[in-house]
Design a protein around this ligand. Sequence first.
Ligand code: 5GP
Length: 194
Amino acid sequence: MKNEGLLLVVSGPAGAGKGTVVNELKKDENIRLSISATTRAPRGVEKDGVEYHFMNCEDFEKMIGEDGFIEYAQYLGNYYGSPKKPIVEWQEQGKDVILEIEVQGCEKVKNAMPDCISIFIMPPSMAVLEKRLRGRGTETEENVLRRLARAAEELQLAKNYDYVVVNDALEDCIEDVKTIIKAEKLKAKRFHFE
Ligand code: 5GP
């Protein structure tokens, strides 16, 4: 009896804490976190190949033309995309794969791979979200305001996800996501009876 790997899509507004949540999950040796490509500039201590593959617009568009992304989208004027190759390889190895992507990307993955599991990480309130965004200290005031406006739009789409998890206390939020993964892995349809 063999259990298939899961494809998890985790979204939520910038500042909801989804990065912290997925970084905790990837400590599990069966879980792989997709490293996205982006045309935005590195922020703070971000390094190429760790948080993102930082690319220029020309290379990103070339990769689109070569069908190199599972999905890609524009967010506040920059491209973001999930490179296809590692994801396909991990799936072949039976690993659980996490994509930490925004709402348009999630929609595209759902259409292409309806078996994926989508989780929306919700901040406890807009006030908390604003505090967290400002607390990063890496964003300009203009960017904080743009991200807050975008967050308000994204929250409207939470209802389209399979699960919504509120990130009030981080430990509880991580535990909730682990519970979702555990339950999803036990679904009969995920087993291959040989
Ligand atoms: P940030 O600039 O804060 O790192 O990311 C901005 C938004 O882009 C976040 O909501 C993040 O989840 C999303 N994002 C990161 N990588 C990807 C990707 O590969 N595809 C899509 N569609 N969104 C992404």
